[in-house]
Design a protein around this ligand. Structure first.
Ligand SMILES: CC(=O)N[C@H]1[C@@H](OP(=O)(O)OP(=O)(O)OC[C@H]2O[C@@H](n3ccc(=O)[nH]c3=O)[C@H](O)[C@@H]2O)O[C@H](CO)[C@H](O)[C@@H]1O
Ligand SMILES: [Mn+2]
Length: 309
């Protein structure tokens, strides 16, 4: 078993297996990082996708012949429905996999509050009612349970690739084929330049999400992850297992599902990483400028929006 044991962590990474089901285009055909850019490859040879590293034309041509459908799950519970959902979906309609088939899976705790949104061609929405967890921490963490159930029940038969995203964000640039992969992780905008020693991994040894100081590769943002449906199923199941075991021991990891996701990607290296351009925070990172932001954080308002318990 790969769950935590200090001895096992040392040097024995489980690398990804080649998923023969994946319709992904071969890396050497479309990924051309320039030498002047930093951080375009990981130590396990996964690409880190930035604007300027990929040949969009080659990708479009390839996927014109190999038709795909891309899924996108988003949760909206409580006040997050009225505050974020419409903007997230209408901006996704415009920018997420433009020109390709997309199914947006909305998981909502009150169907009657689902906003009416006129979609473009090739886009479908499927709405599912879910039960509302009492604490915001559980709303966030139990997404892993709901995602895994829906992947098992239907998503796996409907899409070739799947993304799972937070609702409190907005697309503003083309979020395209370059992001597709077997297992895709998002670099967190606050920590992508940081030494892994400094990032907020769970440091409690008793937690399933524990990563010892000095280990770890990057700090990944749980607001975006994806891959093939089978891979996403594995991510969601493993994270849920960690979350539930922690609950049994009355532990809650410091950044909830994000801590468990970081543990997962530490043990099972993602095959593709997305630069912070794919999930940017204009609020805190305003000293830095990237001209090609594709998705950014909406303004947070925890005090008014989160369920209070
Ligand atoms: C950088 C950072 O601070 N990250 C943490 C923070 O992310 P966030 O502050 O981005 O968390 P969040 O409030 O966006 O919650 C995550 C997602 O759960 C859904 N949702 C959550 C609450 C709610 O009342 N209704 C609802 O629909 C919604 O899709 C939302 O986008 O908090 C999360 C827990 O919430 C995780 O611990 C993240 O690791
Ligand atoms: Mn969020």
């Amino acid at each position: 078993q790969h769950r935590f044991s200090t001895k096992k962590l040392q040097g024995t990474y489980r690398c990804w297996s080649v998923d023969t089901q994946s319709k992904e285009l071969k890396l050497s055909d479309w990924f051309f990082p320039s030498k002047s850019m930093n951080l375009t490859n990981t130590s396990w040879s996964a690409p880190i996708v930035w604007e300027g590293t990929f040949d969009e034309e080659v990708l479009e041509k390839y996927y014109a012949k190999h038709k795909i459908t891309v899924g996108l799950t988003v949760f909206a519970v409580g006040r997050y429905i009225d505050h974020y959902l419409k903007k997230f979906i209408s901006s996704a309609d415009m920018f997420f996999m433009a020109g390709h088939k997309v199914i947006i899976y909305v998981l909502i705790d009150d169907l009657s509050r689902m906003p009416w949104i006129q979609l473009s061609r090739l886009r479908t929405i499927k709405v599912f009612e879910i039960k509302r967890e009492k604490r915001w921490q559980d709303i966030s963490m139990m997404r892993m349970k709901t995602i895994s159930e829906h992947v098992v029940n239907h998503i796996q038969y409907e899409v070739d690739f799947l993304f799972c995203m937070d609702v409190d964000q907005i697309f503003i640039g083309k979020y395209g084929l370059e992001t597709l992969g077997e297992s895709v992780a998002q670099l967190h905008a606050y920590w992508y330049k940081e030494d892994p020693k400094e990032v907020p991994y769970e440091r409690n040894e008793s937690s399933e999400a524990y990563i010892p100081i000095g280990m770890g590769d990057f700090y990944y943002h749980a607001a975006v992850f994806g891959g093939t449906p089978i891979q996403v199923l594995d991510i969601a199941r493993e994270c849920l297992k960690g979350i539930m075991n922690d609950k049994k021991n009355s532990i809650e990891a410091v950044w909830h599902d994000e801590s468990h996701l970081n543990k997962y990607f530490f043990l099972h290296k993602p095959t593709k990483l997305l630069s912070p351009e794919y999930c940017w925070d204009y609020g805190r990172m305003n000293g830095l400028y990237y001209p090609n932001i594709k998705l950014y954080w909406a303004v947070k308002d925890y005090k008014n929006l989160r369920v209070i318990t």
